[in-house]
Design a protein around this ligand. Structure first.
Ligand code: SF4
Length: 201
């Protein structure tokens, strides 16, 4: 009969009782020896994704990460992780993760791999051109002003805006705290107001 990991954990909780009742525990012990993480090195760390700061145990074997799981000794998360933190191993071990930028020409149907330098130059060029075309340093607003004779009139005033609505930015759930912080600083400095995040939509 196959024993799942969950079954095994349930079983191990009753090991002492069963053993004292004379139940043969050899199959359970044999299964424990065969666990994927047996003999692996354990390192505790903090999930980099958000400011909750959940604790993670990273299991490594021969320098390679073989499993990550919630750290039950961690005072904040007590062993729990959200779906994003639970899949953190895939940051490293992931056959389908893209490691180079992909480009599809305007009107094209196929994606092709391109070099980072080329992609960064192209993105910078398009961002600069779009921003130059759409940037508004000032705008006119209507304000109420009290005149010397006490009457209140509506007047038009020019005020600083420093805004572009020609570009939007959407963040990625795979960015960590520091990347998100720097991205915000960057796009706000360009004058963007349409700044969204994948997790919110
Ligand atoms: S992303 Fe999830 S697992 Fe990571 S710190 Fe935030 S809540 Fe915890």
């Amino acid at each position: 009969m196959g024993v799942s990991r969950r079954d095994f954990l349930k079983l191990s909780g009753t090991t002492v009782v069963l053993g004292s009742l004379g139940v043969n525990l050899d199959p359970a012990k044999a299964y424990a020896k065969g666990l994927r993480i047996s003999g692996a090195k354990q390192t505790t760390t903090i999930c980099p994704y958000c400011s909750v700061g959940c604790g993670i145990i990273v299991y490594t074997e021969n320098g390679k990460i073989i499993r990550c799981e919630g750290d039950s000794d961690h005072p904040i998360s007590e062993g729990t992780l959200c779906s994003k933190g639970s899949s953190i191993e895939q940051l490293v071990n992931n056959d389908v993760r893209l490691k180079k930028p992909m480009y599809r020409e305007p009107g094209g149907t196929a994606w092709k791999e391109v070099e980072w330098d080329w992609a960064i130059d192209r993105i910078a060029r398009l961002v600069k051109d779009s921003r130059d075309k759409s940037f508004k340093p000032t705008t006119k607003i209507k304000v109420k002003e009290t005149q010397p004779d006490g009457t209140v009139v509506e007047v038009e005033k020019e005020v600083v805006l420093n805004q572009t609505q020609g570009i939007a930015h959407i963040g990625s759930a795979a960015c960590d705290n520091e990347e998100c912080y720097l991205t915000q600083k960057l796009v706000r400095s360009w004058g963007l107001v349409w700044v969204e995040h994948q997790a919110r939509i």
